[in-house]
Design a protein around this ligand. Structure first.
Ligand code: MN
Ligand code: MN
Length: 465
């Protein structure tokens, strides 16, 4: 009697793996295999957009510039400067009655090269770096690193670089001090132990065979780069080269229940939303998927969500469906709904003291929603209306999708933000909705395969609602 009353009244919080059917488990594992493959091909925002474009085109999406007019069922994409992408499927309803958006980001914390990166010291040659996004600097020493990006010569020729991923490629590394001589370093605060100016990537050690030259090792490396990529030192000035971990994404644990990889914030939401969009046909409300750039450094610039590029894309949809009239864009946004698809901090028992266990997201408990983000007194928060949270809950409950609504850490401990507020500021109803992660922003992050699949099901059900 008492048990059934509890059953009726309590919000039951339990692992989604409990009593899971063999069939469901197989579906989860096979979906995760595709995700792991995506991660290994998409280590930067440019690569993620390139992979997403291939997936979209294989599923019948075409560049919006190839359409002079749009009708229900048309599948389009728009790529902004190779770094961010918007996709849409035109619905049978008019756009002015609102659209349904899922928005993730494809940039991740990393080390960028400085404009003048190359130098020699004591017969070693290095790249100087400038870190991008919130990193714990000590985590980036003594791990295998790869180099990805582009070098654009002043004549416009673009050279794509991807070295350190293939088994036959060399890798690169940032050295650290041996413990025998690290007495002073070990006394420092963790955040000061490694200096930003010391995150220099080791590139080579052989001097060029020329008696008269100085900086012979640098000369030798430049000679190798010149032969391999046909570039000279000045070409680094117009390059975007990113240093990322050379680790491969892998299944984690004896039970293979988790995924360990670089860049899961936020490519886990990017892949699951993109995959969900690929399954859609004949939607009622126009479905839009955002893969944005620069989220990790504040969404600024012409590829970040703060730019007007997204408004431009929606205006193009209005123009090409022949619906547009003055100020209609504002109306579209006011009647639109969005899931801000970004990762959440998963509860880690080793560091349990930073979380309120009653309001934390647990790995394996399904998709994680944050009604609000922000820090301390909800500073900078985008706070979803209760009415909208109820609407989203209804979709999840109708579709039997396990979900959890949580906060990122204890009230006074810290906080964070996503792109949610940017769309909310336009008038869209937005809630944060993504996958809980352990070791977020580290070179190797951890997620649960159960939650990855829940995210995919959530985004699909949202667009179909
Ligand atoms: Mn994120
Ligand atoms: Mn992040």
């Amino acid at each position: 009697m008492e048990e059934s009353l509890k059953e009726k009244l309590f919000n039951k919080k339990e692992s989604g793996w409990n009593n899971i059917s063999q069939n469901d488990k197989e579906e989860i594992y096979s979906f995760s295999d595709g995700y792991i493959k995506f991660l290994n091909n998409s280590k930067t925002e440019r690569e993620a957009v390139q992979t997403a474009k291939q997936i979209a085109e294989a599923n019948g999406f075409k560049d919006i510039s190839t359409f002079s007019s749009l009708k229900p069922g048309d599948k389009v994409y728009f790529i902004n400067r190779e770094k961010s992408m918007y996709l849409a499927i035109i619905g049978t309803e008019k756009l002015e009655n609102g659209i349904q958006i899922v928005g993730a980001h494809v940039d991740s914390p990393r080390l960028d090269l400085k404009p003048n990166p190359l130098y020699e010291d004591s017969e070693f040659v290095y790249f100087k770096t400038h870190y991008y996004g919130g990193i714990k600097k000590y985590q980036w020493t003594t791990i295998p690193l790869s180099i990805h990006g582009v070098v654009v010569k002043s004549n416009g020729e673009k050279i794509t670089v991807n070295i350190g991923e293939d088994e036959n490629d060399p890798i690169f590394v940032i050295t650290d001090l041996l413990p025998h001589l690290a007495q002073d370093q070990m006394e420092k605060k963790l955040k000061n132990a490694i200096d930003g100016e010391d995150l220099n990537v080791l590139l080579g050690n052989i001097p060029y065979n020329d008696e008269k030259a100085s900086e012979k090792v640098k000369l030798n490396i430049l000679n190798i780069l010149n032969q391999k990529y046909n570039i000279t030192e000045v070409d680094f000035l117009s390059s975007e080269l990113e240093i990322v971990p050379a680790f491969k994404a892998r299944s984690l644990g004896f039970d293979a229940s988790m995924v360990a990889s670089y860049g899961q914030d936020d490519r886990v939401c990017a892949y699951t939303s993109l995959s969900a969009m690929m399954t859609l046909n004949n939607v009622k409300t126009t479905a839009v998927c955002i893969l944005s750039d620069k989220e990790e450094i504040g969404s600024m610039g012409n590829t970040g969500m703060e730019s007007h590029m997204f408004d431009y894309f929606i205006s193009e949809l209005l123009n090409k469906t022949n619906e547009n009239k003055p100020n209609l864009l504002d109306k579209v946004f006011c009647y639109s709904k969005m899931l801000s698809a970004d990762v959440d901090a998963g509860f880690d028992p080793i560091y349990g003291s930073v979380s309120d266990k009653t309001n934390a997201a647990f790995l394996g408990h399904g998709i994680g929603l944050n009604k609000y983000t922000g820090a301390r007194g909800k500073s900078g928060a985008s706070d979803a209306n209760a009415e909208y949270v109820a609407w989203v809950r209804n979709i999840l409950e109708k579709n039997n999708i396990k979900y959890q609504i949580s906060e990122l850490g204890k009230v006074d401990v810290g906080g964070g933000g996503t792109i949610a507020y940017i769309l909310a500021n336009k008038g869209v109803d937005v809630i944060d909705c993504g996958v809980p992660v352990l070791s977020m922003h580290a070179p190797y992050e951890v997620t649960s395969k159960y939650d990855i699949y829940s995210a995919y099901k959530t985004y699909k059900a949202f667009w179909e609602a």
